[in-house]
Design a protein around this ligand. Structure first.
Ligand code: AGP
Length: 603
């Protein structure tokens, strides 16, 4: 990938362009080039093979005037490493100048057509085609010509364009290659990397996909070419229908919402996924070795499940932060890191703030959200939609299980990019494909859960216990009963019980133990015995067919067997229903619990 920088402002452009290139040399260093506009004479135009750091001493002796310019350090994609192939590239008349990061896939066809129209090419690059395409549409207004030209491009580009015939501006456009605007004092910079602008300003704004920016010495204007999209929901989706509450409706429609989240994304026989929303960053994802997940509330618990998934199946070190805490971290992120934001609404202020913090550091940003074209969807470099349908109940249910499912798809995607075998991929894909039916089977526990809710509705305190993949589900179950029935509950890692929380246990103390037949089952049984020895009342979530546990605990709700990493999608269902029925029994406003809001758009 190449380094791009543009400058427009009160100071001489050349020294700033030179120091910016030096800071981006790591992005590509087989050649470099400059073009600086000077209203008193011909533009300064210089480009050469070699490293900018080695050429800098000679360059600094050059007397280059003019306060508008751009520069580029190249990592060759099309055309050899030669002075001629270095950027910037010009049009026939030497008026328009382009620097580019990315690959234009249809440049050959465009070049042929432009040649037929009389354009003369001097380089072997794809970038030069952009300069001549802009020339073709140029009628004195540079941004209009750029907007027309980019509509013909296929591939990826981050471009910075200047012209001596419309000299008092810089035009930038991005699709697939990041570009940011640095907002300084009486000056603006445009770059592909924050490292290039940090000496002048820390105030940056990343262009979104498809945006075109016009930057003058006084201000910048961003043009967004956004087409309206078709809302995939129907009016029935936002009505309760025959259900007493949206929350119950949304719990019960999870087989359908989970089917929708999977649609078109699984290739079971090949043990792989296809996630179109990650295509533009596919190669960068192959390189990452650390994933930072940022989210709030229930979405964060989905991230905590993914922490185990990504490490176990993709071998990627994963760290989950409450989005509101992420900004306090001393960043250890680097170019092999990615930040993944998870948000049902795509509008949660804390999550967006964390995302923007990551973007300002030039870190690859990914997102999972349930709302098409939401702020998060527009601000991440790439992402995956849940397609779970509108979630009206304030307490997140179907969005949460959809997040777990999409995260499992991402774990499979990342794993297959790495060492995950075809056989294991097929196993995961087959188990994922069966999830909607297994959830439908799990929902048959509703009458039993409603009965049990009557037994627990007078509790003031509860502990939820889980280990490994189900520890986050213990926290999610506790959150559900808190936010719906206003019962104080705590999700505890079962191994942590004896390090303090067990002091709370007394005769009749209610504990929910998530205890499927998985790799930590025996340890969970030991914890349950410790609880029973102290008089606790234990409600277990266990795997169908496990008769042993029914002899040990007070109540059992069974879930079907599945892959350990997918059990959270099933084990959370009884906990959603349990919280719902306890809340109804206690007279809470289930769809609008006190003090809460569906989308927390304030920090
Ligand atoms: C979920 O039951 C809660 N209402 C809350 O924790 C929610 O998950 C959190 O506010 C995050 O919302 P988001 O997914 O829209 O970002």
């Amino acid at each position: 990938m190449c380094g791009i920088i543009g400058y427009i402002g009160a100071k001489p452009a050349f020294p700033i362009l030179l120091s910016g290139l030096k800071r981006m040399e790591y992005r590509g260093y087989d050649s470099f080039g400059f073009r600086v506009l000077d209203q008193n004479k011909e533009p300064f135009y210089y480009k050469k093979t070699g490293k900018i750091s080695l050429a800098a001493p000679e360059l600094l002796t050059m007397n280059v005037e003019g306060n508008i310019g751009h520069a580029h350090t190249r990592w060759a994609t099309h055309g050899g490493v030669t002075d001629c192939n270095a950027h910037p590239h010009l049009d026939c008349r030497g008026g328009i100048s382009v620097v580019h990061n990315g690959i234009i896939e249809n440049y050959k066809d465009l070049k042929e057509e432009l040649r037929r129209e009389g354009h003369l090419f001097v380089s072997q690059t794809d970038t030069e085609v952009i300069a001549h395409l802009i020339e073709k549409f140029f009628d004195g207004n540079l941004e209009c010509a750029v907007k027309k030209a980019i509509s013909y491009l296929r591939g990826t580009y981050g471009i910075v364009v200047i012209s001596k015939d419309d000299p008092n501006k810089i035009v930038a456009a991005r699709s697939g290659s990041p570009l940011l605007i640095g907002v300084g004092k009486d000056e603006f910079l445009v770059a592909s990397d924050p490292a290039a602008v940090i000496a002048n300003t820390k105030k940056v704004l990343y262009l979104n996909e498809g945006e075109v920016a016009t930057i003058t010495p006084e201000n910048y204007f961003i043009f967004t070419e956004r087409q309206p999209h078709e809302i995939e929901w129907n009016v029935e989706d936002v009505e309760k229908g025959s259900y007493p509450h949206f929350m119950l409706k949304e719990i019960m429609e999870q087989p359908n919402s989970l089917q929708n989240s999977l649609r078109g994304r699984l290739v079971v026989e090949e043990g792989r996924t296809q996630l179109g929303g990650l295509k533009s960053v596919e190669e960068r994802l192959r390189e990452i070795d650390r994933m930072y997940i940022v989210a709030c509330g229930t979405a964060r618990y989905a991230g905590l499940v993914a922490e185990y998934m990504f490490e176990e199946y993709a071998g990627i070190t994963t760290k989950v932060d409450a989005a509101s805490e992420f900004r306090y971290r001393k960043s250890t992120m680097d170019r092999k890191s990615a930040v993944l934001a998870i948000s049902q609404s795509g509008e949660t202020a804390d999550t967006l703030a964390a995302l923007r913090d990551a973007k300002s550091r030039g870190i690859l940003t990914l997102g999972i959200t349930n709302v098409v074209d939401s702020t998060q969807a527009r601000e991440t470099d790439a992402g995956v939609y849940n397609h779970a349908g509108p979630e009206i109940g304030v307490a997140s249910t179907k969005a949460f299980t959809s997040q777990l499912e999409v995260l499992a798809l991402m774990a499979l995607y990342l794993g297959r990019q790495r060492q995950l075998s075809n056989v294991m991929g097929q196993r995961i894909a087959a188990e994922l494909a069966a999830i909607p039916d297994l959830v439908a089977r799990t929902l048959k526990c509703d009458p039993l859960v409603k009965e049990l809710a009557a037994k627990y509705k007078k509790c003031d305190n509860m502990i939820y216990l889980g280990r490994k993949y189900n520890y986050p589900i213990a926290m999610e179950g506790a959150l559900k009963i808190k936010e719906l029935a206003y019962i104080h509950a705590e999700g505890v890692a079962a191994g942590e019980l004896k390090h303090g929380p067990i002091a709370l246990i007394e005769d009749g103390f209610p504990v929910v133990a998530i205890c499927p037949s998985d790799s930590v089952y025996e340890k969970m049984i030991s914890n349950i015995m410790e609880l029973k020895a102290r008089g606790a009342k234990v409600l277990a979530i266990a795997t169908e067919g496990n008769e042993e546990i029914a002899q040990i605990v007070d109540d059992v709700i069974y879930i079907p067997k599945t892959l350990e990493m997918l059990t959270p999608i099933l084990s959370v269902i009884p906990l959603q229903l349990f919280a719902y029925h306890v809340a109804v029994a206690r007279g809470s406003d289930v769809d609008k619990p006190r003090n809460l809001a569906k989308s927390v758009t304030v920090e």
